[in-house]
Design a protein around this ligand. Structure first.
Ligand code: ADP
Ligand code: MG
Length: 236
C-alpha cells in the first residue's frame, strides 16, 4: 500500500544517488527514510562528518566498504544508518531473525554503539540486542532468536554462534567490523575469521578502522567483496 510505494520510491532514490553530481552535506541530503531522519534530528545530528559523507553513498547502495578515519570522526553513525536503512527497505520484522551483526572490540564500545542505535533507531520497528561478557547466557539465549540487530564483542558473538540454539545467521544482510585495528591488536584475528567463515557470503560487509595497517588490509581482503576504500587512505 502506501508504505510499499514509499519504500519503492526510496529504493529508486538510493539507486540514483550519485555523489559525483553533489557531495552530500546534511543527513537530509541522503536517500534515507523519514523515521531515520527524525531519529537523527531528535538526537541533534544535522551535518555529516567527512567519513559519513564519504562512506554512506557507497554503503547505502549495499556495497562493501573499508573505511578508515581517526577516533572521534563519527564512524558509528556511518555504519548504523546503512544497517537501519537496509532492514527498513527489506521490511524486516522480528520473524526475519538476525539481519545485522556489529562486532566491536570492547564491552564499553559495544554499549556505546547500542545506545546510539537505540537513539537514532527509535522510530524503526526492529529490535536490537547486546552480547558482551558478564551477562547471563541463558537470559541472552531466550531472546536471541528475535533480535534483528546484534552488537557484541568477538568472543561472545562466536560463543553464541557455537550454541545449538539461539543465533541464526543464515538471513544476515550486513556485517560490521568496527575498530578492526583494535580487534586485531587485542588478538581477535582467529575469532573474527571464525565468525566471518560462518556467515552467508551474500552479506554486505563494512569494515571500520581508526588506523590502517597490513593486518587490517589482510582482514579486508578476507572479509570484504569488491569493496571501496574511503577515508584516510594515504597509509594503504
Ligand atoms: P568514532 O567511532 O569515529 O571514534 P563516534 O562515532 O564515536 O566516532 O563519534 C564521536 C562523537 O562525535 C560522538 O560524540 C558522536 O555523537 C559525535 N558525532 C558523530 N557524528 C556526528 C555528526 N554528524 N554531527 C555531530 N556530532 C557527531
Ligand atoms: Mg568508533
Amino acid at each position: 500500500k502506501r508504505e510499499n510505494e514509499y519504500i519503492k520510491d526510496l529504493e529508486t532514490r538510493v539507486a540514483e544517488f550519485d555523489v559525483k553530481l553533489a557531495r552530500p552535506t546534511f543527513f537530509t541530503d541522503l536517500p534515507i527514510s523519514d523515521g531515520t531522519l527524525k531519529g537523527l534530528r531528535e538526537s541533534a545530528f544535522v551535518k555529516m562528518t567527512d567519513i559519513q559523507k564519504d562512506s554512506m553513498p557507497v554503503s547505502l547502495k549495499g556495497n562493501d566498504v573499508l573505511a578508515s578515519a581517526k577516533t572521534g570522526s563519527g564512524k558509528t553513525l556511518a555504519f548504523l544508518i546503512p544497517i537501519i536503512e537496509k532492514l527498513y527497505r527489506e521490511k524486516w520484522t522480528e520473524f526475519d531473525g538476525l539481519g545485522a551483526l556489529v562486532i566491536s572490540p570492547t564491552r564499553e564500545l559495544a554499549m556505546q554503539i547500542y545506545e546510539v542505535l537505540v537513539k537514532i533507531g527509535r522510530h524503526a520497528s526492529f529490535s536490537a540486542g547486546l552480547v558482551i561478557g558478564g551477562k547471563d547466557v541463558k537470559f541472552e539465549l531466550d531472546r536471541m532468536s528475535k533480535i534483528n540487530i546484534l552488537i557484541g564483542t568477538p568472543g561472545r558473538i562466536l560463543h553464541h554462534m557455537d550454541q545449538a540454539v539461539g543465533l541464526n545467521t543464515s538471513n544476515l544482510q550486513v556485517l560490521v567490523l568496527d575498530e578492526a585495528d583494535r580487534c586485531l591488536d587485542m588478538g581477535f584475528k582467529k575469532t573474527l575469521d571464525a565468525i566471518v567463515s560462518n556467515l552467508p557470503p551474500t552479506r554486505q560487509t563494512l569494515l571500520f578502522s581508526a588506523t590502517q595497517s597490513q593486518s587490517v588490509s589482510d582482514l579486508a581482503r578476507l572479509s570484504l567483496t569488491d569493496y571501496k576504500t574511503v577515508g584516510d587512505v594515504n597509509s594503504l
